[in-house]
Design a protein around this ligand. Structure first.
Ligand code: HEC
Length: 172
């Protein structure tokens, strides 16, 4: 009996030692990685210094450049929004507006996603259910539809199928 207990304790000790060694190994590996990163960062500094001798000026110009780019993006977004607002030919449901218009356009005319104008209700519903079930593979559409109910998909198909008529009516 006692021999068994001693054997068990010895086994436990051996296991503990193994875990301990493994953790040490991991720590050593992490340390090595950190050292590698430090080495790399050391290598990059002199390169920057030789190409850009005046570090401070370079930093401020990077900031300026970033600010410029941010301003440009903001301007473009504003222009897009204005265009979207004025291009809106007819009202859409809040569901379409919230979930679909950013990619398919305020009136289904297409942007990042393809135009949805002129598609039949049946085709739209089939596309949506195929995306949702994964039969048709598209991560964007799949992720979006996974959380939507079948009733939503039906309603959206029905609504989008009327877009062509509404666009024509608005153009007259
Ligand atoms: C983040 C962008 C994005 C959003 C939001 C989005 N879609 Fe799409 N959609 C796409 C892209 C990209 C495709 C093309 C995928 C493909 O053909 O594989 C697509 C394809 C489709 C198609 C198939 C069109 C065709 O020509 O076969 C339908 C229908 C559709 N979307 C409806 C919707 C509806 C309804 C919503 C709102 C619930 C929506 N989409 C929201 C990007 C988006």
């Amino acid at each position: 009996m006692i021999r068994h207990i001693i054997a068990a304790i010895a086994t436990l000790l051996a296991l503990w030692a193994m875990v301990f060694m493994y953790q040490l190994d991991q720590k050593a590996e992490r340390f090595r990685q950190i050292q590698e990163i430090i080495e790399k960062s050391k290598q990059e500094v002199p390169v920057q210094k030789t190409t850009q001798p005046i570090q401070q000026i370079e930093e401020s110009s990077v900031e300026e450049q970033m600010k410029k780019e941010e301003d440009e993006v903001a301007k473009k977004l504003k222009a897009l929004r204005e265009r979207a607002g004025s291009a809106m030919a007819f009202k859409v449901s809040p569901l379409y507006k919230q979930k679909c218009s950013s990619c398919h356009g305020v009136n289904g005319e297409g942007a990042i996603g393809p135009s949805l104008i002129g598609k039949s209700e049946a085709d739209l519903y089939k596309a949506l259910t195929d995306f949702k079930s994964g039969v048709r593979k598209n991560y964007v559409m799949y992720g979006l539809l996974a959380k939507m109910s079948d009733a939503d998909l039906k309603a959206l198909s029905e609504e989008i199928a009327t877009f062509e008529e509404k666009l024509k009516a608005a153009a007259e």
